[in-house]
Design a protein around this ligand. Structure first.
Ligand code: 5AD
Ligand code: SF4
Length: 410
């Protein structure tokens, strides 16, 4: 049996990146190897995102273009997986008959069974090996799904209710990644800090994880402000291996909009979490949605002042995108020109804040974990470019000579 080569195209968040790796593992066990060149591949695995309409369009238009790719070589296989696959289900094969396998986000755990049932992949040939880890960073899922049901968000519908994975299994999984050479572990979940397995909470997991052999750095994604407790902030501040950075989505600076979004916290509550984190020397970045249907000019101004108060080291800003099936879908959208103008203003403000955050690193000495010979990240998650090359995976103490826009030079 000849080996099949797999090209993976992953859209969306880190959870999808982790799911892609899991699917690749199942494919490797059936005699596939990954390849970096789509034109040479036998299998195309598209792992999709549906969080905004634009994300789904990107995946679907790629799928449309792949009809020719498939016809160009006999035996090629197309797998359409992830959140858009979950949302669209059977529609995918109807619209795109050249798709062989559809595996929605809720079925990733059953991926091996799904590819087996397709009959397109055999058993494992002798000598098949899992792919070698090339990055010093390993992603570890600790939760699946989300039970928050924010009014605009489709995630709970395509990924299901939140459930925490077994505490000991998670630790075993982390140790296995460290034994395979990982230096940095990123714990993943939609509301990762809501983790609770039989009474063992997220802070307990952090405390155990930092004790594991071979760990250099621990990060986690994506936390929800509601579950940032004093205990979590305390562990983050005192445990030297935990990143002094948190990507904490705020979504809006207006308490009124936050309430309508069903975020579960007010502007003031968010700000008090930020000061808790900052006391521990933690830098914060965020996500913001602009143009939520009920967002007034006043509400938007509150988002601007919140950005200034928080001094975010970065922020991803998104235009509201109505997702069918979510409560916010039925609300009347704001005019496009208003939303675009607000986005522009916000992006400028965010850029200035990020610039100041980078500037504040100048002259400091930072421990940089190298992700490639000339690029690495500080414990506070600032990107660094080095003059001298270093070994990937090494942690080096460097003096930050200069801050450029969104990169530090050392
Ligand atoms: N429209 C725009 N942005 C959204 N997000 C989630 N749902 C939507 C939507 N319907 C953003 C939020 C979230 C990030 C991952 O995507 O800011 O934190
Ligand atoms: Fe979506 Fe809210 Fe869950 Fe985040 S917490 S995944 S925004 S529903």
């Amino acid at each position: 049996m000849t080996l099949k080569t797999v090209y993976i195209q992953t859209f969306g968040c880190q959870m999808n990146t982790a799911d892609s790796a899991e699917m690749m593992l199942a494919l490797s066990a059936r005699g596939c190897i990954s390849c970096q060149n789509a034109q040479k591949a036998d299998v195309m695995l598209i792992n999709t995102c549906t969080i905004r309409e634009h994300a789904e369009h990107k995946a679907l238009s790629l799928l449309g273009r792949l009809r020719k790719w498939k016809e160009a070589k006999f035996g090629r296989v197309i797998i359409f997986a992830g959140c858009a696959a979950e949302r669209l289900g059977g529609e995918v094969k109807k619209k795109f008959p050249h798709v062989d396998i559809v595996c929605g986000a809720k079925s990733i755990d059953a991926f091996d069974k799904i590819i087996e049932a397709s009959g397109l992949f055999g058993g494992a040939p002798a000598g098949a090996e899992p792919p070698a880890e090339s990055s010093p960073i390993a992603l570890v899922n600790i939760m699946r799904g989300c039970s928050c049901k924010c009014s605009y968000c489709i995630v709970p519908y395509v990924r299901g209710e939140a459930s925490s994975l077994d505490f000991d299994e998670v630790l075993k999984n982390i140790q296995a990644k460290l034994d395979a050479g990982a230096k940095e572990i990123v714990l993943l979940g939609q509301t990762v800090n809501a983790y609770n397995y039989k009474g063992k909470n997220f802070a307990a997991l952090l405390k155990e994880a930092v004790k594991l052999n071979g760990l250099d750095r621990l990060r986690y994604l994506s936390p929800h402000p509601l579950f940032i407790t004093e205990e979590v902030a305390e562990v983050m501040a005192t445990e030297p291996k935990i990143a002094k950075h948190l990507h904490l989505p705020v979504q809006s600076g207006s308490s009124k909009v936050l309430k309508e979004m069903k975020r579960g916290y007010s502007r003031e509550e968010f700000l008090s979490k930020i000061s808790l984190l900052k006391k521990g020397g933690i830098w914060v970045s965020t996500d913001i949605i602009v143009g939520y249907p009920t967002e007034t000019e006043e509400d938007f101004k509150e988002t601007l002042t919140l950005v200034d108060e928080c001094n975010f080291s970065g922020a991803y800003c998104f235009k509201f995108s109505p997702r069918m099936g979510t409560p916010a879908f039925s609300l009347k959208e704001l005019p496009v020109n208003i939303v675009e103008k607000r986005l522009d203003i916000l992006l400028n403000k965010v850029k200035l804040n990020a610039k100041a955050a980078y500037k504040a690193q100048e002259g400091t000495i930072q421990r940089v974990l190298m992700e490639s010979p000339h690029n690495g990240r500080t414990l506070s998650n600032f990107w660094v470019r080095t003059e001298k090359p270093y070994k990937t995976g090494d942690a080096v103490e460097l003096t930050i000579k200069k801050a450029e826009e969104s990169i530090l030079l050392a």
